[in-house]
Design a protein around this ligand. Structure first.
Ligand code: WAQ
Ligand code: MG
Length: 265
């Protein structure tokens, strides 16, 4: 077996509804173990056991891999979901998103951004000035794909996160995804919180701010989560979508873990 690089990804569903997904880049000898772990993960998901599981494996061109660093990480603590959301809105505005666009996108995520009031499979694309939704398919959205962190950087990341109690799969996967998104052309900011009913944290990421976590962006037990990518209105959407879905990105460096803050300050 040679050591060519592959993209391996999983998506699962139940009752025709998206349940979970996962993404890795790996050399051929590791693919079978990763596929098994992904299938297990889909079967043991918090939202229920998957009924359909798709695992896709695809060779990627090693010469096309873009290597980037993780953003700096900081946590902003607020005592309620309302205050957490207000803090996230203020960071989005700091990042260059209009107040109206930030509010519209947050409202859509609270309501469930897909047409049926559920979470989308992927992300909304939102005009950072007027708040208009720009993605072609509001059920699926844009799926960020073909990204991972290399083993050395993952070790550094775990050493950084572990003392802060943040060494969990949600944080690590969200950081990798946000790092890829932050390097996209024309991205102003990202807003995210989980669709897992037991995970209440979310974040705002922006080139100017890094990755800013908010431990409470959603009440316990709620399944509506999502992602909004705020974009410069002058952006070429086809190019951006192609980058998010197809550009292979490997994280090879971590950022810093900055001191916690409180909201209001
Ligand atoms: N591309 C685009 N959007 C996605 C992707 C993807 N690959 N994966 C998930 N989404 C969207 C989709 O709408 C999901 O409903 C939503 O994001 C949330 O996904 O610092 O766990 O995987 O403590 O549930 C953030 C906070 C955790 C971490 C995010 O997201 C922290 C999380 P989930
Ligand atoms: Mg989830």
């Amino acid at each position: 077996m040679d050591n060519s690089l592959y993209s391996i990804r999983m998506r699962s569903s139940r009752n025709e509804r998206h349940l979970s997904g996962a993404e890795k880049l790996a050399s051929a000898p590791r693919l079978d173990a990763l596929a098994a772990a992904m299938v297990r993960r889909a079967l043991e998901h918090d939202k229920g056991q998957a009924e359909k599981i798709y695992v896709t494996v695809e060779k990627v061109d090693a010469a096309q891999v873009l290597r980037v660093a993780l953003p700096d990480i900081r946590t902003v603590c607020a005592e309620s979901v309302e205050k957490g959301r207000a803090a996230a809105l203020s960071r989005l505005i700091m990042a260059g998103v209009s107040a109206e666009a930030a509010r519209c996108a947050m409202q859509a995520m609270i309501a469930g951004a897909a047409p049926d009031g559920c979470s989308m499979r992927g992300a909304m694309l939102v005009d950072a000035v007027n708040g208009q939704r720009l993605e072609n398919d509001s059920q699926r959205g844009v799926r960020v794909s073909r990204m991972d962190i290399d083993d050395a950087a993952l070790c550094c990341l775990q050493d950084l996160l572990q003392p802060a109690g943040l060494d969990n799969i949600h944080v690590k996967e969200a950081l990798v995804l946000a790092a890829k998104v932050l390097h996209a052309p024309g991205i102003i900011a990202e807003l995210c919180w989980s669709d897992d009913p037991g995970y209440m944290a979310g974040y705002v990421a922006a080139p100017r701010l890094g990755y800013v976590r908010f431990p409470l962006l959603k009440p316990l037990g709620v399944e509506q989560g999502g992602r909004a990518f705020f974009v410069d209105p002058a952006i070429n959407l086809a190019k951006l979508t192609d980058y998010l879905e197809r550009q292979v990105v490997l994280i090879d460096r971590v950022g810093r873990l900055l001191p916690d803050e409180r909201w209001p300050a």
